[in-house]
Design a binder for this molecule. Structure first.
Ligand code: ATP
Ligand code: MG
Ligand code: MG
Length: 396
């Protein structure tokens, strides 16, 4: 649990009427991960430059009702960096007048992917066909109807594809189901989306309902984890427009302020299908820190405290985010210490790249990421490839 504040002094000197930053609102962020940290960094920048600390935090679980209620007392507005929070508590707090942005109703829809799909289907938003399954017979029926392969998905607590299992045939259905822990957690089946590209659009909505969309990006996943983000996506103007329209329509059907990341499939026949929405800053928007006039993190804070939305357009022609995953082919079957050493070497090499604007490294499954910008995607890709090739030839 984290709190980031708009002014350092808001914590201690509530009676003090001096304005120290752009907003005096205390923003509480539920979740203490990387996205929350980036929100705090932006909060610091938006305020009194001399205050090195524009945030404070409270240790506890964002899923624990008592902690969240205690935390809410210290904040003017509550927001999230993860959707898997205790929604019942947020609904109760809203009933008591606590300001949650986005609204608890939005988190309730999003955190159950099946409810999310039902919601968007009702809005007429294009989605892969899906069906709830309560037993193996129902799963077989759904798969027969959709045709194999099918994606079996957990309704709740899904991230990085943990909660997805592919079944290529009827024989594989029961193992796909048991790999997700069986029917107890709640499952549904989704028709395979024959996508040629995956796209994402970050949509921001202010407290005054103003809407602003970031450029469409292409996301390339590896084992269900976002691996590369290319901004802008190399797709025709018509597709960019369609993707943005679908994303905007999806977000318009949800309540509250903030940024929302809309994950989309582009199919062979130029259809756009919605995959899912994240009601918060998103991996696909890391690049906005360096490549857009207003980053998704600043935009989220502007939105939830009620400042005007910033300019989401790109100030560089092209940007690429490369996520260093533990299972990276360059980190070649290595995990733990050896994988980390190799990732470290790759990042050290990245330090030589022109157009490198961001580097991050830590000892986790997502070991870090780099962001490269340049005057064209071809240039950016050449820079990335020079780093990857050198590494590959060295490890031969
Ligand atoms: P995230 O970390 O984005 O929250 P998640 O665990 O919620 O991931 P999804 O977004 O549902 O998982 O799926 C992860 C990836 O799996 C997608 O980005 C896509 O590559 C693939 N995928 C998901 N659903 C389908 C589908 N119906 N057809 C084909 N591929 C799919
Ligand atoms: Mg998800
Ligand atoms: Mg996803």
């Amino acid at each position: 649990v984290l709190a980031c504040v708009a002014s350092q002094d808001s914590f201690s000197r509530k009676e003090d009427s001096h304005i120290h930053g752009l907003s005096e609102m205390i923003v509480g962020v539920l979740g203490g991960g990387q996205l929350g940290r980036m929100l705090c960094q932006v909060a610091s920048q938006m305020n009194c430059p001399a205050s090195s600390l524009a945030y404070d935090h409270m240790v506890g679980s964002f899923d624990d009702s008592a902690t969240v209620q205690e935390f809410a007392k210290r904040c003017g507005v509550l927001t999230v960096e993860i959707e898997h929070v205790d929604v019942a508590t947020l609904e109760k707090l809203e009933g008591l007048g606590v300001d949650c942005q986005p609204k608890a109703s939005t988190l309730r829809i999003i955190q159950d992917k099946y409810i999310q799909k039902v919601h968007f289907a009702k809005q007429g938003i294009p989605l892969p066909d899906f069906m709830q399954i309560d037993d193996l017979e129902a799963a077989k029926k759904a798969a027969e109807l959709f045709g194999y392969p099918v994606m079996v998905k957990s309704k709740r607590l899904a991230y990085d594809g943990r909660g997805n299992s592919v079944a290529n045939s009827e024989e594989e259905l029961s193992s796909a189901i048991s790999s997700l822990g069986g029917f107890n957690r709640g499952l549904y089946v989704e028709k395979w989306a024959p996508f040629v590209k995956e796209l994402a659009v970050i949509v921001a909505r202010g407290r005054d309902s103003s809407i602003s969309c970031y450029p469409v990006v292409e996301t390339i996943h590896k084992q269900n984890i976002c691996h590369i983000v290319k901004a802008p996506a190399d797709v025709p103007w018509k597709i960019r427009k369609l993707a943005t329209d679908v994303a905007q329509k999806a977000v318009s059907s949800l309540e509250g302020a903030g940024v929302f990341a809309v994950e989309l499939f582009l199919t062979r026949d130029n259809q756009i299908l919605l995959n899912e929405v994240a009601p918060r800053p998103h991996n696909s928007g890391h690049h906005t820190i360096e490549s857009c006039y207003t980053s998704q993190y600043e935009q989220h804070l502007r939105a939830v405290v009620g400042l005007p939305l910033g300019d989401p357009s790109m100030k560089t022609s092209a940007a690429l985010m490369y996520n260093l995953l533990g299972e990276d082919e360059l980190v070649f079957m290595l995990s733990g210490e050896a994988g980390f050493q190799l990732a470290h070497k790759l990042i050290t090499r990245a330090l030589n790249l022109q157009g490198l604007v961001s580097i991050e490294m830590r000892k986790q499954r997502k070991m870090g990421h780099i962001t490269i910008v340049g005057s064209s995607m071809a240039i950016v890709l050449t820079r990335l490839n020079s780093m990857l090739k050198e590494e590959a030839s060295e490890s031969e």
